[in-house]
Design a protein around this ligand. Structure first.
Ligand SMILES: Cc1cc2nc3c(=O)[nH]c(=O)nc-3n(C[C@H](O)[C@H](O)[C@H](O)COP(=O)(O)OP(=O)(O)OC[C@H]3O[C@@H](n4cnc5c(N)ncnc54)[C@H](O)[C@@H]3O)c2cc1C
Length: 484
């Protein structure tokens, strides 16, 4: 695609999740003056609230911020940069220099409560965690890492550094012996507030928005005679021509851009939410200033990869599980089989989580947070959260081969939210024809013969984790999978 130099040229961005809204901010900051951000979700009214019909991955209560990235030091270092911006967003809210509708100077977006890692089999670090600690140390930030297991000096250091609340959040220590490892870089962001802030920043910078279930919903591309993209056709029949159309549609991207099959696939992670009643002492115990983000059995396969957060503003603890990812393969109109998002907002029969997710989460709660059940507190809500996995976990920010006029920004692979403040810089570079090592990493690519794929994609109806094969469990209610 030729670089776009005309700052007045129309640019359409489809999708106001983190990829789209960040692209809008960065393109506007680079001087582009005719940008329109489309989404079929009326986010200016629903405020990215998952209880208000929002089903995007970005529309959530909170997301983890971590620099622990094993040997993927490029993401580690990018997290350091992103945290600087998250902190500046906090400052601008506190100082009142940026005031998104509905947020006040008391609101914070980023909370640096740290990440507590632990497992139930090994007391030490697994290979991923060891690599993370080594690389963070090499980056000159070793003092932020506390290897607590059987190490009283580290426990004392964490206490002296004011991290007492995160040393033993699950009350596992016995006779002074502690477990786990504490990474005090990061913590979490309130995801809905972060998106509201970013959307507000984009509009302040002059980005136009069409956030509407019809007028903001893209049905298909408009092509020229050579097959290049010259615009989008909306659900209400309107057509918008643009010099560049950016597609940032998360889990819905493969439906609009089937060429991406094999590079990315739509998959779901599982979320359980636990409402702590007002007045319960657990509101204090799990508050973000007394409890860290936690990660249990990181890279532990089906029986691990569980994580959780301190309470959000509504008193809700979110637990996520990605030990098993699910697909929803459907026969597409182009004859191929493709996974597409299915949520309670589009299909009311979808309630609950697959049995494996429910079992792992409940086992974790029974073992590590028994006080919840003792107080009669159960999972109050569950949700499948859809996103695009690439086969190698790297994002995709590139044009479509042999097609001009379009840039794809997706492939978040379950870890892109933390980079909201920065994602758009790569999209803007792509639009402007600026090359970089990172952009090369995010290029349109194809799994080569013999290349190892971190994520096995496109198994279609044969996927053993296809939702059609799963029994969904919602508390005491079991939903027949045939309803899908
Ligand atoms: C369970 C789960 C937990 C996660 N946890 C973390 C975490 O802790 N930390 C982290 O950094 N990342 C995390 N992620 C990853 C992160 O949430 C995603 O990478 C990121 O939010 C993806 O953003 P997106 O902009 O690509 O897509 P989305 O947020 O899904 O946004 C896509 C947007 O496109 C719109 N859209 C789609 N189709 C159309 C259309 N045809 N017309 C108009 N609009 C359309 C949708 O309405 C939506 O608003 C998690 C993801 C999941 C699913």
């Amino acid at each position: 695609m030729p670089p776009l130099t005309d700052r007045q040229a129309p640019i359409s961005i489809v999708g106001a999740g983190v990829f789209g809204v960040s692209s809008a901010i960065h393109l506007a900051t680079r001087g582009f003056r005719n940008i329109t951000l489309f989404d079929r979700q009326p986010y200016h009214e629903t405020h990215y609230d998952f209880d208000q019909g929002c089903d995007a991955a970005s529309a959530d209560c909170n997301k983890i911020i971590r620099a622990a990235y094993g040997n993927e030091v490029w993401y580690q270092n990018l997290t350091f940069d992103a945290i600087d911006i998250w902190e500046s967003w906090n400052r601008s809210l506190a100082e009142g220099t940026v005031r998104p509708p509905g947020l006040t100077e008391k609101d914070r977006i980023y909370v640096n409560c740290g990440n507590y890692h632990f497992g139930d089999e090994s007391n030490g670090l697994n290979d991923f965690e060891k690599a993370s600690v080594n690389n963070i140390t090499r980056a000159g930030r070793g003092h932020t890492q506390y290897l607590l297991s059987d190490n009283p000096n580290e426990v004392a250091r964490a206490q002296a550094d004011g991290r007492h609340y995160a040393i033993d959040p699950f009350h596992l220590s016995e006779n002074g012996q502690h477990h786990g490892y504490l990474d005090t870089i990061g913590g979490f962001v309130y995801a809905d507030k972060a998106c509201r802030y970013a959307l507000h920043r984009a509009t302040e910078l002059g980005v136009k928005t069409v956030l509407d279930r019809q007028a903001g919903s893209v049905e298909e591309f408009i092509h020229d005679h050579q097959g290049n993209v010259i615009g989008i056709q909306m659900a209400n029949g309107e057509r918008h021509q643009a010099a560049v159309t950016i597609i940032a549609c998360g889990g819905w991207t493969p439906t609009l851009v089937p060429e991406i099959d094999g590079l990315c696939e739509t998959t779901a992670g599982s979320i359980a939410m636990i409402q702590i009643p007002e007045g319960s002492p657990l509101r204090q115990r799990f508050s973000p200033y007394r409890f860290p983000v936690f990660q249990w059995n990181v890279r532990g396969g089906e029986n691990g990869n569980l994580y959780g957060f301190p309470l959000d503003d509504r008193g809700v603890m979110k637990i996520g599980y990605r030990g098993t990812k699910y697909t929803n393969p459907q026969q597409a109109s182009d004859g191929r089989v493709r996974s597409v998002p299915i949520t309670k907002w589009t299909s009311p029969s979808i309630t609950g989580l697959p049995k494996t997710s429910t079992q792992v989460i409940e086992r974790f709660l029974d073992q590590y947070l028994p006080e919840l059940k003792e107080d009669g507190i159960n999972i109050s809500q569950t949700r499948l959260c859809w996103y695009t996995d690439s086969y190698d976990n790297d994002w995709v920010i590139d044009g479509i081969p042999d097609k001009s006029g379009v840039v794809i920004a997706t492939g978040g692979s379950g870890h892109a939210f933390k980079f909201l403040p920065l994602l758009g810089q790569f999209v803007a570079d792509k639009v402007m024809g600026i090359e970089s090592e990172m952009l090369h990493r995010f290029r349109w690519r194809k799994l080569q013969d013999g290349e190892w794929a971190r994520n096995q994609l496109m198994k279609g109806f044969d996927d053993v984790h296809a939702l059609q094969r799963m029994q969904l469990i919602d508390g005491h209610q079991t939903v027949a999978s045939s309803k899908l």
